[in-house]
Design a binder for this molecule. Structure first.
Ligand SMILES: C[S@@+](CC[C@H](N)C(=O)[O-])C[C@H]1O[C@@H](n2cnc3c(N)ncnc32)[C@H](O)[C@@H]1O
Length: 286
């Protein structure tokens, strides 16, 4: 549907000017740590202009003024919702789940809750996968799940997925941990209360929000630092490390690396780092 067909005002620009793209780029970097390379110009342009159409804002100049004067933060939230990529899936990167079961659980006394933070949880598939894995292992999960995107968090908190989004879930878990929709809800799968109740959702900007008071056995911060440059990664990992219990682990995406990123964690294996209070700072090794 073309904007003119929607009855909404159409922004004069078809594409952001280089100057306007740079403004968005600087703002996204300063406020969210997002590193929007010049190669993303077309994508960013189209997402921002779509936002203008949806909000019925006639020009970028007006949009920018709104961003600068909006003290509610709503405009910035809408912008980050438009700029972030929320792709995720159940049981994504299964090696981390194996490591959790085989290496981490044996170090936590059986009666103790397993405390895990899914720090860029997107639409919830990651924290619910962790909760299901812990329940299946007979443990009590206690999770915090957070993201900067209110749109993604909205879906996460609902815990309702299309059946074809649950592809990564082992078949016997579908009946055990999901409720199948009927009638109007046919084709939908809703996580059961025991899974949902194990997760506490919060909106959280990895760069700047005050850290949670809890301490965690494991933090999943996967497939988000791909957008961050080395200084931002260093800052984020150093912040996250402060919330790990001694011996606690940080999992990052398998396509991400902390190579050349100063941080206080010890390299364990690809995409897994550990907080050993007596160890030397890493970032030079792998
Ligand atoms: C590609 S998803 C990854 C989801 C999940 N961790 C996984 O690996 O499947 C990246 C998520 O990072 C979030 N994000 C981006 N910048 C962020 C920031 N500064 N603070 C918190 N979350 C952020 C996005 O909103 C998005 O939901």
């Amino acid at each position: 549907v073309q904007p003119s067909q929607t009855g909404l005002a159409q922004p004069a620009e078809e594409r952001l000017s280089a100057q306007d793209f740079n403004r968005i780029r600087q703002l996204a970097y300063q406020r969210f740590g997002l590193n929007l390379s010049p190669a993303k110009e077309v994508l960013v342009s189209s997402r921002v202009l779509k936002l203008l159409r949806e909000e019925n804002i006639p020009s970028f100049a007006e949009y920018w003024q709104r961003i600068e004067t909006d003290s509610s933060g709503e405009s910035l939230i809408a912008l980050v919702n438009a700029l972030t990529t929320n792709f995720t899936s159940f049981m994504r990167e299964p090696k981390h789940f194996e490591f959790l079961r085989q290496q981490v659980l044996p170090t936590i006394p059986p009666g103790e809750p397993v405390r895990i933070w899914s720090a860029a949880c997107s639409s919830g598939e990651e924290p619910y996968s962790i909760a299901m894995s812990m329940l299946a292992a007979g443990r009590t999960p206690k999770l915090v799940a957070s993201d900067i995107s209110t749109r993604a968090m909205g879906k996460a908190e609902k815990g309702v997925y299309q059946a074809d989004e649950t592809g990564g879930v082992p078949p016997d878990w579908l009946g055990r941990y999901f409720l199948r929709g009927h009638g109007n809800s046919a084709g939908l799968m809703k996580v059961r209360p025991e899974v949902h109740g194990a997760v506490q959702f919060r909106r959280f900007n990895l760069l700047s929000d005050p850290l949670p008071a809890e301490r965690f056995h494991v933090i999943f911060c996967r497939n988000v630092m791909i957008y961050f440059d080395a200084p931002t990664k260093s800052r984020v990992v150093t912040r996250l490390a402060q919330t790990l219990l001694p011996g606690g682990y940080l999992f990052i995406g398998h396509s991400e690396s902390l190579l050349g990123v100063p941080n206080p964690l010890e390299y364990v294996e690809p995409a897994i780092y550990r907080w050993m209070p007596s160890s030397k700072p890493s970032g030079r090794g792998k």
